[in-house]
Design a protein around this ligand. Sequence first.
Ligand SMILES: Nc1ncnc2c1ncn2[C@@H]1O[C@H](COP(=O)(O)OP(=O)(O)OP(=O)(O)O)[C@@H](O)[C@H]1O
Ligand SMILES: [Mg+2]
Length: 258
Amino acid sequence: MGKIIAIANQKGGVGKTTTAINLGAALANENKTVLLIDLDEQANATIGLGLSRELVEATSYELLATEIDIRETIYETIDRNFHIIPASIHLSRMEGSLANETNKSLILARKLTQVEDDYDYILLDCPPSLGVIVDNALFASDSVIIPVECDFFAYDALTQMVQKINQIQSEKKKIKGTLTVEGILLTKLDNRNVFGYKIADKVHELFPEKTFKTIINRSSHLQEAPMYGKSVLKFAYNSRGSKEYRELALEIIANHRA
Ligand SMILES: Nc1ncnc2c1ncn2[C@@H]1O[C@H](COP(=O)(O)OP(=O)(O)OP(=O)(O)O)[C@@H](O)[C@H]1O
Ligand SMILES: [Mg+2]
């Protein structure tokens, strides 16, 4: 059975989508089958992987809000073994349209049971919030990757995210589910800035067992690749960013085996 991993942090711009795209491509590069679900109305993962907002008909919105067959929402990307369920702007309506639903946090979990066995990894790119969509992602997931940008405000956000995970963990226990922290991923480290290293050290100190060994440095290749609708592996295979996401994929595969 595959592993479902949410990539979440309510703080914006910390590298969730960059991680979803490039970790997905790096896992596929290791011959794993991967499905990425874009759950953010900004549709950055969708566009970053070369799909056009106008051309996709069925998206994660239809998946959550209608009875559509999940297989109709799955699209191929240019990376072999790497599929995506795109996002649409309509996701912004989810909060309101689900207000009176019972079990509104369990919709995605229920739908994913139909394709769980088709993939080694299902990655969920979450929006920068802690609303009903992120609840759906966390209920559906086995674990969470929390990308943390190496800057000061990252800290405060990390504490809130950990609280949210604890809350969902205890709710999931009641329905015999589990949710673990796959790892905290330090991102956008600027090697010319000593302060970034201080934040990295502090996060390692606070979560020694839970911080990935791989750190993602700031890199222009990672910024540029989505403009071409490509993962960094396809855009610049030998770049530092590509190497770091390939290392992260190996860490995650090793975690999965352990
Ligand atoms: N390692 C990196 N080096 C350089 N730029 C990066 C890196 N990681 C992410 N970025 C850039 O930072 C910006 C935010 O990254 P990204 O979209 O991945 O974050 P996010 O957490 O998904 O944001 P949001 O919360 O808005 O969904 C983007 O412009 C992206 O290209
Ligand atoms: Mg994003």
